[in-house]
Design a protein around this ligand. Structure first.
Ligand SMILES: [Zn+2]
Length: 109
């Protein structure tokens, strides 16, 4: 009887190793467009550290090391043809084309 009581007592005595231990924290710095910096400790175990943080000035702080992709530029991309037309007129090009065709034909014959 005494033997079993000692056993149950041992069983309820748990080794509380996790009490008072905080999860490691990672300092994350946000910089807003006005170059204000704010550093916040986030738990490393946090599922998601936000990429942005509202700055006190009202701007949005961007997490350091995070690149936000700029929206695709709608501006017209110059083609080789556009650049060619900036230097030569169609008349010039027709002359060059004629010359080149003559060269090609001379080689072919
Ligand atoms: Zn700011």
């Amino acid at each position: 009887m005494g033997e079993s009581m000692r056993g149950s007592r041992l069983g309820t005595t748990s080794y509380e190793t996790d009490s008072g231990i905080y999860a490691p924290r990672e300092l994350t710095t946000y910089v807003c467009e006005n170059q204000h910096r704010v550093t916040l400790p986030f738990s490393v175990e946090a599922d998601e550290i936000p990429d942005t943080w509202p700055c006190a000035c009202g701007s949005k702080g961007l997490r350091q090391g995070v690149q936000i992709q700029p929206a695709a530029e709608p501006k017209h991309v110059r083609t080789h043809w556009d650049m060619l037309l900036e230097r030569r007129t169609i008349k010039d090009l027709e002359g060059i084309l004629k010359e080149r065709l003559e060269v090609v034909r001379a080689k072919a014959s």
